[in-house]
Design a protein around this ligand. Structure first.
Ligand SMILES: NC(=O)c1ccc[n+]([C@@H]2O[C@H](COP(=O)([O-])OP(=O)(O)OC[C@H]3O[C@@H](n4cnc5c(N)ncnc54)[C@H](O)[C@@H]3O)[C@@H](O)[C@H]2O)c1
Length: 439
């Protein structure tokens, strides 16, 4: 019996005897050799990368592709045929894709402003979900997604913060949590990337042939078409993304939070946000941000300058975990423990450690998702973890947008306690006919 049949039979046979699907679904549903049928929504860049990672595993098929851009859709369909000999059904509207019964899981590779709506719709349609990071573009949408994942708790939801599956970061956590660097006092994070200043300004143009731009905008406000706000570069506009702060912030802040297993939003942030790159560019988000996150017994520091690409410890981005015995620096490629010097004992306060063979971990993250689809275990990056990271980027962005140097977040009330202007940016206003999902 394959997994789909198992699940539907289980629902039938347990109906009326007081067991829910969740009670039974914890039992590994079937053999790991069972097939997993995937549908991809948002195919151009990361979504297609994620799909290929999934397809590199045994028993995985792509049965559906969806994109609002016919050019992207056709190009990826041809590539899939060539590389994987797969011929998925093609869609321009994700709602139609979600009606396809043989899809077990969807990968959501759209811009951030679509993540919430599509995730909730996919859960409602009974699909498991791999949603790219940041989990959503606003605080309210993150909340809804966590609520939806808990409501449809028999479903698996993996957020695409793939560093959680990377050996180099897992090793860093092992070292920090073992006490080797001593008491953790501070985490310094930096992210400096040229693309974060946006594109040179160009005039609006007609919508390209084959593009359903109204569907690309979706719940976001109506706008004219401009290439500098479209594929790949939408990140620099608040309606669709959160700039470099959120693009890299969720990846890196996630690792800082992991060191102390923090899965809640920051209670307090102190923020500087500005545009210090002088050339006028097509963008709304900030190119320079400093954020201080005071925690109960340590502090996280975020330091970001877009438009450049050099940084401390010879890396454009990374984290330095400062302990009283050593500082551990880590990025996707390397992990180094740099001991403090004990001048009395004339030796390091702890052992040196160096690992420089780290690599990208999208493949491992996809494997974890597939494993969880088969075992029904929790994935390594749950919606709660995705929300915590996203809240650590959305709150500073809101502070910078509203000109508040400090914001205080009340998790119980779900509001800022010191700024009504900031509270106005918690919930997006969806453009009709789209409505914010209600769970
Ligand atoms: N995990 C990572 O390391 C990583 C890296 C890059 C991007 N990302 C994330 O992946 C997501 C996509 O980023 P990207 O760089 O691939 O963007 P992109 O603009 O290159 O691709 C997005 C695709 O989604 C399509 N799309 C938009 N609205 C759609 C809709 N309603 N239905 C179907 N298709 C739709 C677009 O036409 C486009 O083809 C973002 O959330 C981004 O933050 C993650």
């Amino acid at each position: 019996m394959d997994r789909r049949k198992f699940i539907s039979n289980t629902v039938l046979t347990t109906a009326g005897i007081g067991m829910t699907l969740n009670d039974v679904i914890k039992i590994p549903s079937t053999s790991p050799s069972d097939t997993v049928n995937i549908g991809l929504i948002g195919c151009r860049n990361m979504g297609y990368g994620d799909l290929q990672q999934h397809l590199s595993n045994p028993g995985v098929n792509c049965v559906a592709l969806c994109d609002i851009d016919e050019n992207v859709l056709n190009e990826k369909a041809a590539d899939l045929k060539k590389k994987f000999n797969q011929s998925p059904k093609l869609y321009k509207d994700f709602r139609k894709l979600l009606e396809q019964k043989d899809i077990d899981a969807v990968i959501i590779g759209t811009p951030d402003h679509w993540h919430c709506l599509i995730t909730v719709s996919a859960l409602q349609a009974g699909k498991d979900v791999y949603v790219e990071k940041p989990m959503a573009n606003t605080i309210a949408e993150c909340n809804i997604m966590v609520k939806a994942a808990n409501y449809y708790k028999e479903r698996i939801v993996q957020v695409g913060q793939q560093q959680r599956s990377g050996f180099v970061f897992q090793k860093a956590m092992e070292i920090i949590k073992s006490g080797k660097i001593g008491k953790l006092r501070r985490v310094n994070i930096w992210a400096n990337f040229p693309y974060g200043v946006g594109q040179p300004i160009i005039a609006d143009e007609p919508v390209p042939a084959g593009v359903d731009f109204d569907m690309w905008l979706g719940p976001a406000p109506s706008k004219s078409f401009n290439k500098t706000r479209f594929h790949g570069v939408w990140r620099m506009f608040w309606d669709y993304g959160g700039g470099l702060m959120s693009d890299w912030g969720v990846h890196l802040l996630d690792i800082a939070l992991w060191a102390k297993d923090i899965t809640v939003p920051p209670e307090k942030v102190l923020v500087y946000g500005a545009n210090t790159f002088e050339e006028p560019r097509s963008r709304e988000t900030f190119d320079s941000m400093n954020v201080i996150y005071p925690k109960s017994d340590f502090v996280i520091n975020w330091d970001m300058t877009a438009g450049i690409q050099s940084g401390p410890y010879d890396s454009p981005y990374g984290l330095a975990f400062v302990g009283d015995l050593a500082t551990l620096t880590v990025d996707r490629n390397k992990l180094i423990v740099r001991p403090e010097w004990d001048s009395q004992a004339k030796k390091g306060k702890t052992d040196e450690y160096k690992f420089t063979e780290g690599k990208e971990s999208h493949g491992e993250h996809a494997k974890n998702f597939l494993e969880c689809i088969r075992t029904r275990n929790k994935p390594v990056c749950t919606p709660e973890i995705g929300r915590a990271a996203a809240m650590h980027v959305h709150i500073p962005n809101i502070a910078a947008r509203t000109g508040e140097p400090m914001l205080l977040w009340d998790e119980t009330a779900g509001r800022f306690t010191n700024s009504e202007k900031a509270n106005q940016l918690i919930t997006p206003v969806y453009r009709k006919p789209w409505t914010l999902p209600v769970i």
